[in-house]
Design a protein around this ligand. Structure first.
Ligand SMILES: *Cc1c(COP(=O)(O)O)cnc(C)c1O
Length: 357
């Protein structure tokens, strides 16, 4: 199979070799060193300030989205949520469940967010902003700097879900002023699913430390305290954390975060240029590097996904909900090459000749 989904994605050989090892005991100085190294590389790649902190959660990234909302906000807050698709919707649902007052700024699928659209929320007492920097479900990239300016002006806590943007699109916590960055192991980090990562600015740390949240497993103050000694409150996904360490060093040795973003961008550009002339419409007005969301003009998206899987041994990424029949996505994350894209494109061309695409 060639995997063009947006996660889990293909891992490097080195990361796979690490995954084949026995999983070690973890309450040791040696494992603490690995955890501190992971935290320091993550913060370097996100360009977080020196007094920021990084925690590793053993849960998928939705767990970290929920942990952040629960630990940073309460019923006295007023949160603005950018809803451009499934993941924005998820933030809104989490606020609802935890009774945090919020307003959803809802966009059409694929629509670009502009500064003008934010104007009516300016100086209206909002205390926080929740956004998925790459709304992976529709493949829309939001402008992290523009949103950061808005948050700074309104003194809002700026929460960036960068699950599919980190290492794929340029994202710089200091330059955009992000207070929280969330990512996960199975997207551009290209490791198995199971770990999500939260980087917190001093302002976010202060919120977490003053929080009265009632939770055991998702308590970020507890996670922060344990992180000081390179540990976690409970048994983490030890094996995946070791794979993350391998992967972070791979990126560092290959030139760091900017080289990795450039590598992903090259794959995305190659793919987008190669499908010109096929009946596939790119639905996004603001493309991220990590994913291309496509509307097949003539046929059913779910059916194309199935045929590629069963007859070509290629996974593209189906969509859910009301986009299931009309949109599928092609990812550019993980261990993929131009030759892999050539195979996908020739499959598209064959399907087009047969009238299936
Ligand atoms: C993948 C993803 C998530 C998290 O999904 P999980 O299934 O919980 O790992 C959250 N936000 C965005 C933008 C994503 O792409």
């Amino acid at each position: 199979m060639i995997n063009f989904t947006v996660g889990p994605v293909q891992s490097s050989d080195e990361v796979c070799r690490q995954g084949a090892q026995q999983v070690p005991y973890f309450r040791t100085a040696e494992f603490s060193e690995v955890m501190k190294d992971n935290a320091s590389l993550m913060m370097e790649f996100a360009n977080a300030t020196k007094d920021s902190k990084c925690v590793f959660m053993t849960c998928s990234s939705t767990g970290s989205m929920e942990a952040v909302v629960m630990n940073c906000f309460d019923e006295n807050d007023k949160v603005l949520v950018i809803v451009g698709g499934t993941f924005g919707d998820r933030f809104a649902k989490i606020c609802g469940i935890h009774r945090i007052p919020y307003t959803a700024l809802t966009l059409r699928h694929g629509q670009k967010l502009t500064a003008k659209m934010l104007e009516k929320y300016d100086s209206r007492g909002y205390t926080g902003l929740l956004v998925n920097i790459d709304e992976t479900s529709t493949g829309v990239l939001y402008d992290s700097e523009m949103l950061g300016d808005f948050c700074k002006k309104n003194h809002m806590l700026y929460v960036c879900d960068c699950v599919s943007a980190f290492l794929a699109d340029k994202f710089d916590m200091q330059s955009c002023g992000a207070d929280i960055m969330i990512t996960g192991s199975q997207k551009a980090l290209a490791c198995p699913p199971g770990i999500s990562v939260i980087i917190l600015s001093p302002k976010a740390i202060e919120r977490v430390e003053n929080s009265k949240v009632r939770t055991m497993y998702l308590n970020l103050a507890d996670a922060l305290k344990n992180a000081e000694r390179g540990q976690t409150p409970f048994t983490p996904a030890v094996g995946i954390l070791l794979q993350i360490n391998t992967r972070l060093h791979e990126i560092k040795n290959a030139g760091g975060v900017s080289s990795e973003v450039e590598r992903v961008k090259k794959l995305a550009d190659y793919f987008r240029n190669s499908i010109k002339g096929l009946p596939l419409e790119i639905i996004s007005e603001s493309l991220p590097n990590g994913v291309t969301s496509l509307h097949p003009i003539k046929n059913n998206a779910k059916e194309i996904f199935r045929i590629l899987k069963d007859e070509y041994h290629i996974w593209v990424c189906p969509n859910g909900g009301d986009m299931a029949d009309s949109v599928f996505r092609v990812g550019h994350l993980g261990n993929l090459t131009i030759a892999d894209y050539d195979q996908l494109i020739s499959a598209f061309k064959e399907l087009h000749q047969k009238g299936i695409l």
